[in-house]
Design a protein around this ligand. Structure first.
Ligand SMILES: [Zn+2]
Ligand SMILES: [Zn+2]
Ligand SMILES: [Zn+2]
Length: 381
């Protein structure tokens, strides 16, 4: 996934021991949880992880997750029968089929073509105390590794954190990660390398320090259950983020980090950064400021009518789920199980139960998802 710093719960160096008011603390926990839902970029903006006793405010007040969802519903409404407007960066095809995940894959070539912030805000994917403990436990060692100029040690620690993230917050990841160990491993490497490159770059360090200042200068309002951020104290933070994202894009390219992205989605990295930031902060902004933020981030969703009429029903050999394949489509990512399904051949019937299916990419046989009979691709080998 083309995200910056998915370890959004990682502590901001130097901020771990601040004495802060309960209100601020709660606000930070709220943000922490929201960030964890995000496919996100965290180190720039995330406050230090508070001790893991945070709860999600149920009230639909500004500052609650319910509010975040409501804001998204107001600002980026979707209707049944519509899909986020986007074109595939690889094959150019417009998105036509419905999606159920935040990660939007091309209907024709299975490339990642967009990230749907609204969908990402729908689910609750707060990390548990286990993840927080791992992140907190690595904090001091990470700082020491940076101070010692030890990239390898730092990278190894980041890998631990991202491995914990993958294991503990699977819903915040692309559905491709669900049944693909190689994807998960590549993702961990990609994220850890990105974090390492950022941690050791002087310009990135300076911006991180600037962001820390911005976060410290935030003014909070609302109440314990629904903390809010005053908009005029918020915008400087967005400005710093903008600078960070521009720098990271350059950095990721010059250091080859972009090549590690298992989704090969360099075109989405900045958008992912903004998305994570918005997921973290939207909930704490009043509607007008939230609208402004989405505008500035280029995340105001635009939906187009779904076109399924030319699609042929197919069935994923991995999970048995039905999907539609458009004429000339070569591969799709199954929304149900995240496997990439090759559309080059006709569906194969199962000798056991008669169900027909299309095999996932790279598989020449698979256990039928309904009856476990081995289903073999004919004509291969
Ligand atoms: Zn495509
Ligand atoms: Zn499937
Ligand atoms: Zn079967």
């Amino acid at each position: 996934m083309g995200l910056f710093g998915r370890d959004k719960s990682a502590p901001v160096p130097g901020m771990g021991k601040q004495s802060i008011s309960d209100l601020t603390n709660m606000a930070k926990q709220m943000q922490e949880q929201a960030m964890a839902q995000a496919a996100a970029f965290q180190q720039a903006s995330a406050p230090p992880p508070a001790s893991a006793d945070g709860t999600t405010a149920p009230a639909a007040e500004v500052g609650s997750m319910t509010w975040a969802r409501r804001v998204m519903a107001i600002l980026a409404p979707t209707e049944p029968g519509f899909v986020k407007r986007c074109n595939c960066a690889v094959c150019g095809a417009p998105k036509k089929l419905p999606t159920t995940n935040a990660y939007v894959y091309c209907d024709y070539c299975a490339s990642l073509c967009d990230f749907d912030l609204r969908r990402a805000c729908e689910g609750d994917t707060a990390p548990g105390p286990e993840y927080a403990a791992i992140v907190n436990g690595a904090h001091a060692s990470m700082q020491a590794a940076v101070a010692a100029g030890d990239r390898d040690a730092y990278r190894a620690l980041q890998k631990q954190v991202f491995e914990a993230f993958v294991a503990n917050v699977p819903n915040a990841m692309s559905h491709r990660a669900r049944n693909d160990a190689a994807y998960r491993e590549a993702y961990v490497n990609y994220m850890a390398e990105g974090a390492t490159v950022r941690a050791f770059d002087p310009a990135a360090q300076a911006l991180e320090a600037e962001m820390k200042q911005r976060v410290m200068s935030l003014r909070y309002g609302g109440n314990m259950m629904a903390p809010t951020v005053e908009a005029d104290s918020f915008w400087p933070m967005a400005e710093t983020l903008e600078k960070q994202l521009a720098l990271f894009a350059t950095l990721y390219r010059s250091t080859g980090v972009v090549e590690l992205d298992p989704d090969h989605a360099e075109h989405l990295t900045t958008k992912m950064g903004w998305s994570g930031f918005c997921q973290g902060w939207l909930a704490m902004l009043p509607e007008d400021a939230a609208a402004q933020l989405l505008q500035r981030a280029g995340l105001t969703n635009d939906y187009v009518a779904i076109e399924v009429e030319t699609g042929q029903p197919r069935h994923c050999g991995g999970c048995g789920g039905e999907f539609h394949a458009l004429p000339d489509a070569k591969a799709v990512v199954c929304d149900g199980c995240g496997r990439t399904v090759d559309l080059g051949s006709a569906e194969i019937p199962c000798g056991g139960c008669g169900a027909t299916m299309t095999l996932p990419r790279g598989a020449d046989h698979i256990a039928c998802p309904f009856c476990q009979t081995d289903v073999e691709q004919v004509g291969i080998r």
